[in-house]
Write a protein that binds this ligand. Structure first.
Ligand SMILES: [Zn+2]
Length: 300
């Protein structure tokens, strides 16, 4: 399938999607690209209405709008504005705050926050591409006063994160993933390995004891961490994440932190595919099932 848009030029973007109707049309094309099937009776014949690109089943008369069942469902502030927010979120390098977005599009902060949370949901890793090459793993804390790892104390109230990055052959940051974890135990850190790191990867960690346990299943070399000497790329990523979180808001609630991490790595992992990043994100929003307010607020 052709990309619905390429590049990062906002003027060309507005030309490509000049109004809500055009946006609904591309959603309908994407949603039914493999053919239409009535949700109620599975009939494949339909009548298409001009309004909202709604399709009506010729048999049972069930009507379905283009946005129904996608993350664009129930967007009441205008589908074109929603497209623009998705575009900006896909192009930004530092992350957008919901307050800033609300001002730019003349919507309330609550509305922009809600929609942006949905976009972040669509940025979650597919978990289909485990990292294979040179990988580094480390953990860090977010929120409150930063005073190092505090001996990785288990009673800290701060949010804890385990982070893995893959480096290119010449040592540059290639991609990465991170998980919010309950504590710094092997049990809490290991799911990051199992989901995102190949068993064959060459992994480097510091001397933390949890990695000794995980090393039974993975190819891990443990090296004493010396500030400014090693794990430099990892520290760059950690600093960027912390700085992005500071730009967005002073405090990200723990249950939403995973989505912010997913957003950071979604963009980092696609930094060499900037041309089609909007297209990729748009398709994810269309294929992702609809989430309402309650689901967004309670999901982890
Ligand atoms: Zn039907």
């Amino acid at each position: 399938m052709e990309a619905i848009f390429r590049g990062e030029n906002i003027l060309e973007f507005i030309k490509a999607f000049p109004d809500d109707n055009k946006c609904r049309e591309v959603i309908a094309n994407e949603k039914w690209k493999n053919g239409y099937k009535c949700k109620r009776c599975l009939n494949t014949k339909f009548i298409q209405f001009e309004k909202h690109f709604t399709r009506e089943c010729t048999k049972c008369r069930y009507k379905e709008s283009a946005t129904c069942g996608t993350l664009f469902h129930k967007v009441k502030f205008g589908i074109q504005k929603a497209f623009c927010i998705v575009f900006e979120m896909s192009c930004t390098t530092k992350g957008l705050s919901s307050t800033q977005t609300a001002k730019r599009y003349g919507i309330t902060q609550k509305t922009s926050w809600m929609f942006m949370q949905k976009v972040k949901l669509a940025m979650k890793s597919s978990e289909n591409h485990p990292m294979k090459g040179n990988v580094q793993v480390d953990e860090f804390v977010v929120g409150g006063k930063e005073t190092g790892k505090q001996g990785r104390s288990f009673d800290s109230k701060k949010s804890k994160v385990a982070c893995a990055i893959e480096l290119t052959d010449d040592g540059k940051i290639k991609r990465g993933y991170a998980n919010v974890i309950n504590d710094f135990s092997a049990k809490s850190i290991k799911p990051l390995f199992d989901t995102h790191i190949d068993r064959e990867a060459k992994i480097k960690t510091d001397k933390w004891t949890a990695y000794k346990i995980i090393a039974k299943d993975y190819n891990i070399v443990q090296e004493k961490s010396i500030p400014g000497k090693n794990f430099k790329e990892m520290h760059v990523v950690i600093q960027q994440i912390k700085s992005a979180l500071r730009t967005i808001q002073t405090h990200v609630r723990k249950e939403h932190l995973q989505k912010y991490l997913d957003e950071y790595f979604y963009r980092l992992n696609r930094s060499i595919y900037k041309e089609t990043i909007f297209d990729n994100l748009f398709k994810r929003l269309v294929s992702h099932k609809h989430y309402g307010w309650n689901q967004i607020v309670v999901i982890k």
